[in-house]
Design a binder for this molecule. Structure first.
Ligand SMILES: Nc1ncnc2c1ncn2[C@@H]1O[C@H](COP(=O)(O)OP(=O)(O)OP(=O)(O)O)[C@@H](O)[C@H]1O
Ligand SMILES: [Mg+2]
Length: 355
C-alpha cells in the first residue's frame, strides 16, 4: 500500500550523533529509509528502543589509473577501491579526500535530483554506495522507501525513468522498494504533531521539493530546478568567481540578516530570490489548482535540506511571506531540527508504518 494512502502512526527517535553506524547487535525495527540526493545519500533505520541510526555518504566518486604506486598508496591510506572498466574507483566520502590529493574534481552520478545522463558509470557507482549504506535486508523483501523528486514545474526531466532505475536497483538488493516524493518525506518526518497537515519543503543542492499535505495526503507537490547550486552559479557569475568558490563561501557560514561583504551580499540577494520564487510558485499553483483542501486552521511550513542551513533562512521566508497574499494561513515558519537527515527519516517513517 502506498504511504500516501496509509497514515503513518510511527514517529522516529532522535539520532544520538549526526552520523552513526547502525549497530550490528541490537535488533532493528523492520523497514529502512533512503534519501537519494544529488549531493548526499543518506540511510535511516531504528532499533527496537526507538534510537535512530543515520549513515551518510557523499554522492560522488573518482577514478584513477591502475598502477602499483597508486594501489600501494590507497592501501597505505586504508582507502577501499573497486575496479570498474579497468580503472580504480573510489566512492563516497573518501573520493572527496582523494580529489584534494590529486587536485581533481570528483565525478557526480546525479545532477538536478536525477541520475545524470552524462555519467555512464553512474548506476554501478550508486549501487556500491547504496549497498554500503543499507546493507542486506533483514528479511526477504524488507520495505525500503526511497526519495524521488516530485514532478518539476520549470524543467524537462524524466522522473519515471529515474524512479524505475532505483526501484530495480533496490529490488536486486532484496528490498521491497517504494518511492516517496521528497517534500512528502519532510511532512512525515516533521509534521507528526500536526496530524501530518502543513507544508514540507526540502531545499537541496539541485532542486527544491514542495509538498502541501492535508492529513498525510499530498494535496499539491512539485519540484523546481532552483536550489543551492543555482545560488552558487549565479553568485559565481556576478562576482566572476568559480561556482565551487561561491559554494565554499556560502557553506563557511553566512547570515542572510547581516551580509558583511560583497560576496555575502550576492548570496543574500540570490537566496531571497530563490525563497520568493518558491513561495510564489506555491501560491500560484494553489490558487490555480482544483479539488484542493481549504485550511481553516493555520499550518506550519517546515524547511529541510542543506540549503536551509544558511543563517537567517527562516527570517527571510517570513519577510517574503509577508509581502505575498499567501492562500494558506501560516502558523509557524520553522527549520527541521536536523535538516540534512529529515528526508531519510520521513522515508523511514513510511517504511516502518508498513512493516
Ligand atoms: N552550511 C550551509 N549553508 C548553506 N548551504 C549549505 C550548507 N551546507 C550545505 N549546504 C548546501 O546544501 C546543498 C546540499 O543539500 P542536501 O544534502 O539537502 O541536497 P541533496 O538532497 O543531496 O540534493 P537534492 O535534494 O537537490 O537532490 C548544497 O547546495 C550545499 O552547498
Ligand atoms: Mg534532497
Amino acid at each position: 500500500m502506498s504511504a500516501e494512502k496509509k497514515r503513518p502512526d510511527i514517529t522516529v527517535g532522535k539520532a544520538s550523533a549526526p552520523a552513526v553506524s547502525a549497530p550490528t547487535g541490537p535488533a532493528l525495527e523492520l523497514g529502512k529509509g533512503l534519501d537519494i540526493g544529488t549531493a548526499n545519500l543518506i540511510s535511516a533505520v531504528q532499533d527496537r528502543e526507538g534510537n535512530l541510526y543515520i549513515k551518510a555518504q557523499r554522492n560522488a566518486f573518482i577514478d584513477i589509473d591502475q598502477d602499483d604506486f597508486t594501489r600501494n598508496m590507497l592501501t597505505k591510506l586504508g582507502v577501499q577501491y573497486v575496479i570498474l572498466n579497468n580503472r580504480m574507483v573510489v566512492v563516497g566520502d573518501p573520493a572527496f579526500e582523494l580529489a584534494n590529493i590529486f587536485n581533481r574534481e570528483t565525478r557526480r552520478p546525479m545532477s538536478h535530483g536525477m541520475i545524470s545522463p552524462k555519467e555512464a558509470d553512474a548506476l554501478p557507482i550508486m549501487k556500491l554506495l547504496i549497498d554500503k549504506l543499507l546493507g542486506k535486508p533483514q528479511v526477504k523483501d524488507e520495505v525500503c522507501y526511497f526519495s524521488v523528486p516530485a514532478e518539476p514545474i520549470d524543467f524537462d526531466m524524466n522522473v519515471t525513468y529515474h524512479e524505475g532505475l532505483f526501484r530495480d536497483l533496490l529490488s536486486k538488493l532484496g528490498y521491497n522498494a517504494k518511492p516517496l516524493v521528497e517534500g512528502h518525506a519532510v511532512v512525515f518526518a516533521e509534521l507528526a504533531d500536526d496530524d501530518f497537515t502543513g507544508i514540507g519543503i526540502s531545499c537541496g543542492g539541485g532542486m527544491f521539493n514542495v509538498c502541501v499535505s492535508y492529513k498525510t495526503i499530498p494535496a499539491l507537490s512539485f519540484s523546481t530546478s532552483r536550489g543551492g547550486d543555482w545560488v552558487d552559479q549565479n553568485v559565481g557569475k556576478v562576482l566572476g568567481i568559480k561556482a565551487s568558490k561561491a559554494t565554499a563561501i556560502k557553506e563557511k557560514g553566512v547570515d542572510l540578516r547581516k551580509p558583511v561583504n560583497r560576496e555575502q551580499q550576492a548570496i543574500e540577494i540570490y537566496y531571497r530570490e530563490l525563497i520568493k520564487y518558491t513561495l510564489t510558485n506555491i501560491k500560484q499553483r494553489f490558487e490555480q489548482g482544483s479539488d484542493l483542501p481549504s485550511f481553516p486552521e493555520p499550518v506550519d511550513i517546515v524547511f529541510a535540506g542543506g540549503t536551509s542551513l544558511v543563517g537567517g533562512f527562516t527570517d527571510v521566508v517570513r519577510q517574503e511571506l509577508a509581502k505575498l497574499d499567501f492562500p494558506i494561513p501560516i502558523k509557524n515558519v520553522r527549520r527541521a531540527e536536523d535538516p540534512l537527515h529529515s528526508v531519510a527519516k520521513g522515508c523511514l517513517v513510511a517504511a516502518m508504518s508498513e512493516s
